[in-house]
Ligand binder design. Structure first.
Ligand SMILES: [Zn+2]
Length: 425
């Protein structure tokens, strides 16, 4: 089922502000308590494991070689998981927690589990270890899955402690659907927002065009059959430079004043807010670009071939905010794959070993050894980084310079009609 998330700014009255603020606090409390428990549980297990036990666990899944005592040790010192943490913490809930909706607590612990999972999977290069949340963080929020929408108003579940009149939040535009998933609330600079992921009915397929394309992904541009989509326009570069600038300022402040001192100063917090603003701007520009491009692709092509994205260790020397820009490629794949699914188009992933850069799209010869093209071109033949020259005398393109990315894109396109080539060649 397609999901479309819409963000609304809401204007709560004083009572509701108090409620929202306290739920933010409760979410943070739940997360931090969960994280602390997680670390304790992990440490307890590490301490409990004897060298023999460790060796056995490494060897195999079957625990037949373990003594009863060892089995007992394992059972009483489990590997932490969000379910185990939730169960343990729910059992030991304190009296005052009854005032708060249980699902706010549960969702916090579940998200903590996801954060650990992402950290281990390294889904993105900049995934870090889950951290304790600070009351001073610019963005505070919580999630809820028990809210209701009625007549254009959003109603939260009423916490038991609240005696005042319970009001809803007017949504500035009508909901996209009656069904929606877990709602996120957040507060930034005293403004309140809510993100609602609407579940949309199945969309009708887009018309068939009988056209196919590959998309060759590069730092500054994506090549496809229709030409190029520029993905590093001036305004995005500018936003990246801002990010780098504020990051530097903050780092310098931390260095001069010490991490703890710096984090409490007003100027520091102000700069950090600016950094966040720059991140937001960059994200918006990226999303806008990618949304438009992926719409164009699914409008115009029935099959689209892309590379499995970490194929290319891209050179990003000249990009100010590399991590931020790198995230764009993952996003591209994500958006394109859901749009293809929504609209009944085919998305083909090229095998990681498929030599889209080394193969001549005209004659099929694959460059080997020191004929290979690197990110800097080819030393032996003196070709530049953006050139492809075929050295097969029988090729119509023999000894001619063609655009490297264009050639790669043609090789990707080829996979629609020749899936048997989708492997190392
Ligand atoms: Zn050739």
């Amino acid at each position: 089922m397609p999901i479309k998330t819409r963000i609304y700014r809401i204007k709560p009255n004083r009572t509701m502000k108090q409620v929202l603020d306290s739920l933010c606090d409760y979410r943070r409390f739940s997360w931090n308590l969960g994280l602390e428990t997680w670390q304790d549980m992990y440490e307890a297990r590490q301490l409990a494991l004897t060298p023999h036990l460790k060796a056995e666990l490494k060897k195999a899944k079957n625990k037949q070689n373990l003594t009863d005592i060892e089995k007992e040790i394992l059972a009483s010192n489990p590997v932490p998981s969000w379910r185990k943490i939730r169960d343990e913490l729910t059992e030991n809930k304190q009296h005052w927690q009854a005032k708060y909706p249980a699902h706010v607590f549960n969702l916090a612990i579940q998200d903590l589990g996801n954060a650990w999972q992402n950290f281990f999977d390294k889904a993105q290069p900049d995934w870090g270890k889950p951290k304790f949340k600070s009351k001073k963080a610019i963005r505070q929020g919580f999630k809820m899955d028990q809210a209701k929408i009625k007549d254009g108003y959003l109603f939260l579940e009423k916490p038991r402690a609240v005696k005042e009149k319970w009001t809803g939040f007017k949504l500035s535009s009508s909901p996209l659907s009656e069904e929606f998933g877990t709602i996120s609330f957040y507060k930034e600079k005293n403004r309140y927002y809510v993100a609602i992921p609407f579940k949309l009915p199945e969309l009708p397929n887009k018309a068939k065009t009988n056209q196919v394309t590959g998309v060759d992904v590069n730092v500054g541009h994506f090549n496809y059959q229709g030409g190029q989509c520029l993905v590093l326009p001036k305004k995005l570069e500018h936003a990246y430079e801002k990010i780098k600038h504020y990051q530097r300022l903050l780092a310098r402040k931390r260095e001069v004043n010490g991490r703890k001192e710096a984090a409490t100063s007003r100027k520091y917090l102000k700069t950090r807010a600016k950094l966040q603003g720059a991140y937001r701007r960059a994200t918006n520009i990226q999303n806008d670009l990618l949304q438009k491009f992926t719409t164009k692709l699914t409008d115009n092509y029935d099959s689209i071939v892309i590379e499995d994205l970490d194929v290319k260790k891209m050179l990003m020397n000249h990009v100010a905010s590399k991590g931020m820009h790198r995230s764009m490629f993952g996003k591209f794949r994500q958006i394109l794959s859901y749009k293809c699914e929504w609209y009944g188009k085919e998305l083909i992933l090229a095998n990681k070993l498929y030599p889209s850069t080394q193969r001549c799209a005209v004659c099929g010869l694959v460059k080997k050894g020191d004929d290979k093209i690197t990110l800097k071109g080819n030393k032996k033949h003196g070709t530049k980084h953006n050139e492809f020259v075929c050295y097969n005398p029988d090729c119509p393109n023999y000894n001619q310079k063609v655009d490297r990315d264009e050639n790669a894109m043609m090789n990707l396109t080829l996979l629609v009609k020749h899936p048997e080539l989708n492997k190392a060649l």
